[in-house]
Unconditional design. Structure first.
Length: 312
C-alpha cells in the first residue's frame, strides 16, 4: 500500500525544498532495455500485458526570463486529445509532443494523459522548481515498482527541460512516476489512458482503464459509466480541484449509498487530495445495480455520485 501525506504536509513540502534537493539530486541515468521486466504488481494494481516500447531521451536547459511589470500570463492552448477535432496522432517519424510540468509540490501536471493506441509520444518535462526529479514511463506495474530498465529520464534539474519518446503499442495500463526519494510516496505519479483501436473487455490480468475526474464543484465526470458483466476496471481518479479532498467508492448501489465500504464488496480510494491522482481496481458481477460515490462530509448530499450500467 502506498504511503499518504496529509494535506498540510503537502504544503509544508515547499518549505523543505532544500532538504529535498539534497536528498534526491544524486540520481544517474539508467541503462536502456526494450522489453518489460516481470515483477510483482502493486497491491491495488493488475499486471500489464507487456508492450515493447521505443524510448529515447534528450535534454536541454532553459533560462527563466524575468517578467516585466504588468505582464499578464497567457495560458498555452492544450492540443486536442484523441477523438477531438484537429487531433493528429504522433508517429515514430513525427512524435506528438505532450508537455508535463514538475514542481516543488512533488506532483506532475497533468496526472492523466490520453494517447491513441500505437501512437508515439515525446514527453517534454519542464522543471520550474528547485528540486530535482525523474520521469519513468511504461507498463504501470513496472513503473510503480521502479523496475530497472523501465524507460526513464533522470536528473531533471531546476530550470531544465528534458524529453523522452515512447510508443504505446498496447492498451496498457500505462503510467509514469518520479522515484526520487519521497516523491512517489507523496503522489508523484500519473497515468496514460490509451484509446484503443477497437472495444475490448477488461480482465483481472489486463484491466480496462476508465478515468473519473473530480473537482471543487462536488461532481464526478463522467457520472454514468458502462461496463460488461464480469469485467475488471482500473478506475483512475484525478482530483483536479485545488481546495477539496474527495473519495471514490464503487460497488452495489445500495451499499454505496449507505457508505458501507469494506474493501471487498464496496471498494474505495480514500482521501484523494487536491491535484493528486489515485486508482483502484474492481471486478463487477453479473447482476447490478452498481454505483459510485464520494462520502466526504456533505459531498454525497450535494450530488457527488454516479451509476454503473451493466451492458451485456
Amino acid at each position: 500500500m502506498r504511503l499518504r501525506v496529509p494535506g498540510p504536509g503537502l504544503r509544508a513540502l515547499v518549505l523543505g525544498v532544500a532538504v529535498v534537493v539534497a536528498a534526491c539530486s544524486a540520481g544517474t541515468a539508467p541503462g536502456w532495455t526494450f522489453g518489460p521486466i516481470a515483477s510483482a504488481a502493486p497491491a491495488a494494481a493488475a499486471a500489464s500485458s507487456g508492450p515493447s516500447p521505443i524510448a529515447t531521451t534528450a535534454a536541454s536547459t532553459v533560462a527563466s526570463p524575468e517578467p516585466s511589470p504588468g505582464d499578464t500570463p497567457v495560458p498555452t492552448p492544450r492540443p486536442p486529445d484523441p477523438g477531438q477535432p484537429g487531433f493528429v496522432a504522433g508517429t515514430q517519424a513525427a512524435p506528438r509532443i505532450v508537455d508535463v510540468g514538475v514542481t516543488d509540490l512533488l506532483l506532475f501536471d497533468p496526472t492523466v494523459i490520453s494517447v491513441q493506441q500505437g501512437e508515439t509520444i515525446t514527453f517534454r518535462i519542464s522543471n520550474a522548481g528547485q528540486a530535482t526529479h525523474e520521469f519513468k514511463v511504461g507498463p504501470m506495474q513496472d513503473v510503480f515498482d521502479d523496475i530497472p530498465g523501465t524507460p526513464e529520464v533522470a536528473d531533471i534539474t531546476p530550470n531544465s527541460v528534458k524529453t523522452i519518446t515512447y510508443t504505446f503499442t498496447d492498451t496498457g495500463p500505462y503510467a509514469f512516476a518520479c522515484h526520487a526519494p519521497g516523491h512517489y510516496e507523496n503522489g508523484m505519479f500519473g497515468f496514460v489512458n490509451v484509446i484503443p483501436a477497437k472495444p475490448w473487455i477488461g480482465t483481472k490480468a489486463h484491466p480496462r482503464m476508465i478515468v473519473v475526474q473530480m473537482d471543487d464543484h462536488l461532481e464526478f465526470v463522467p457520472t454514468d459509466i458502462s461496463v460488461t458483466p464480469g469485467e475488471t476496471i482500473l478506475f483512475v481518479l484525478p482530483n483536479v480541484g485545488v481546495s477539496l479532498t474527495h473519495e471514490f467508492q464503487v460497488g452495489p448501489a445500495d451499499r454505496v449509498a449507505l457508505d458501507q465500504a469494506d474493501g471487498q464488496i464496496v471498494v474505495e480510494a480514500d482521501k484523494i487530495e487536491p491535484l493528486h491522482v489515485d486508482f483502484l481496481t474492481y471486478t463487477f458481477g453479473s447482476v447490478g445495480p452498481y454505483a459510485f460515490a464520494c462520502h466526504e462530509p456533505g459531498h454525497y448530499a450535494a450530488g457527488m455520485k454516479g451509476v454503473i450500467d451493466l451492458t451485456p
